[in-house]
Structures are given as C-alpha cells and as structure tokens.
Design a protein around this ligand. Sequence first.
Ligand code: ZN
Length: 242
Amino acid sequence: MATCLVLADVHANLSALQAVLQDAAYRSAISALLFLGDVVGYGAEPNECIERLRDYPSVAVAGNHDLGAVGRADLALFNADASVACGWTAARLSSTSASFLCTLPLSIEQPPFLLVHGSPANPTWEYVVSASRAHALQSVCRQPHCLVGHTHVPAAFNMESGRSVAAAVGDSLCLRHGRFLMNSGSVGQPRDGDCRAAYALLETDDLVLQWFRVSYDVDAAAAAIVRAGLPLSLAARLRVGY
Ligand code: ZN
C-alpha cells in the first residue's frame, strides 16, 4: 500500500520539518510528498527546508510566501512581518532554491485530488475556514477532492453536504463516500493553539487520510529566527501555536 506524506506551510522551520519527516517515516514507508505550499517565509532556514523537500519524489504547489520570495507576488499584499520575512528570504535563497520556487505551479491535478495552497477558486490567497464556503467551492473543484493549506489549521469539510468533519490528532477520513476539502495543518507555524507540527498521511489505495501532530524543538526554531534578525513576534508565536 502506498503512503503519501501531506505537508503544508513549513515556513522555513527546519526543526519542525525534520520532526515530521521522522515521525511519518516511523509510521509508514513514505512513497511521495504532496506539498501544499509555503516552504519558506517567517522562519530562518529556507534553503535547508527546500533541500529536505527535494530529497523526496513530490507533487508540490506554490504558496503565497513562496511566490513573494521570488518576485512572483507583490509584497504589498503581505502583512508587515510577512513582508519583512519575504524580503529577508529573497536575499538568502540559493540559486537552486530560487529556481525551485520559480517553477512551482499554483495548482496541480493529481487525480482524484486538486492540490492548491488556498482554494479551488483562488489557488494562492483564499483562506477556506468554513464548511459553507467549502460547499460553495465544490462547483469549481476540478477533481473529486481538494487538498489545501494556507490557514495553518487542520480541517476537513464535506463539499457535498457542507458539513465539517473531525480532523483532530489521529482522526482518519475515508474519502470513498463524498467529496472532501482537507487541510493537513501547518508543519512550521501552527495556528490552532497547539504548537506541535501538523501533517497528514494519505493511503492512496484505500483513499484514507489521517491527521497527526509531533512535538519538535520549538526553542531551536525560535532561536534561529532571533539570530537571523527576523521580527521577534515570529519566534514568540511558535511557542503558543499561533
Ligand atoms: Zn502559510
């Protein structure tokens, strides 16, 4: 049975990414990554995180921060801290990292999934936070299911019924009955009050998605942000998971 590791919003947090890769490998043999955008931005280790992602066969889309770091999105669209971090990242990307970010598409169809950072209607910028919005999006979703990131909150919505589905730690969802829009949560900057790194595993034969969290060295990630001279609030928020 093939298992894909579903990741979003790494945000240049190498400690969190390494913890997720180790935890996922402990649970299952990972055949590929499905990456939902924002490998860089906010955190202090952009090149290292891109290199780790590139170690695996992957299907990957760009997030707004990935675009901002290589001039594919206007920095005026970002809040103050995010904009500072984008500029910081742009100045430090290796040429290999920059070309990786430049080639990421905004959406990919990997049947039966549409992969986007934001939403099927606005692949880069829309935050899907409600079941009613997921329901409205089913008409523009070109595949039965959609995998998203961007909100940094694990979630699952049944697009047909317009209902939320449980997406807490250990919850699993069989995708055979219904059309689902799912968010694996954020690896490197969770925003649901739980500072542990979030990810999901997809069993591609059975079509089952399961959500996980793993503790990581938050102090190391925060210290790297402080050392880099990035805004201190970006270090502080990692400790509270927001
Ligand atoms: Zn993000």
